[in-house]
Design a protein around this ligand. Structure first.
Ligand SMILES: [Zn+2]
Length: 152
């Protein structure tokens, strides 16, 4: 069976990610959760997954998608969700939030990330006035520019 992982949508709904495809909950029963391809209406796609009710086991998979999956874009979805979560739930500096969320991201995904100025602005916007001041000479500060320049 395929491996799968979870994130959440911008509306805070569970998002199942499998082979570069994203699924949201279609319906739930006592023992199963039925997932449909996230953009099913747009693509009229038959991609479906069934899991057990605790979302730990994949019971059925119809990966007969009529469009390609994109593992880089799903990685970035996970990255953005991590950023949203961490921006709101930690007191770390913006730079540290980004550092943490970059961990385990593939080189391809790092290369496809939005401009870091936008990422930082998003973090700061989410936090509003509570954001801590930037610490430009933080130890980790020198790590990120290396990673960024390496992908250009
Ligand atoms: Zn599909």
């Amino acid at each position: 069976m395929s491996t799968f992982t979870f994130s959440t949508t911008e509306k805070n709904k569970p998002l199942l990610i499998c082979k570069g495809f994203t699924y949201t909950i279609d319906k739930t029963t006592n023992d199963k959760t039925y997932w449909k391809y996230e953009h099913v209406r747009k693509f009229k796609c038959k991609g479906r997954i069934h899991t057990n009710c605790t979302h730990t086991t994949l019971l059925h998979e119809n990966d007969n998608h009529n469009h390609p999956g994109n593992s880089v874009s799903t990685e970035i979805r996970i990255f953005e969700e991590k950023i949203r979560h961490r921006a709101l739930n930690s007191n770390e500096t913006t730079q540290n939030v980004i550092d943490y969320c970059l961990t385990n991201l593939s080189d391809n995904a790092v290369a496809s990330l939005p401009d870091f100025k936008h990422v930082k602005r998003n973090i700061q916007n989410r936090r509003g006035k509570n954001d801590l001041p930037e610490i430009p000479h933080d130890k980790t500060f020198n790590l990120i520019p290396d990673k960024l320049t390496a992908t250009k």
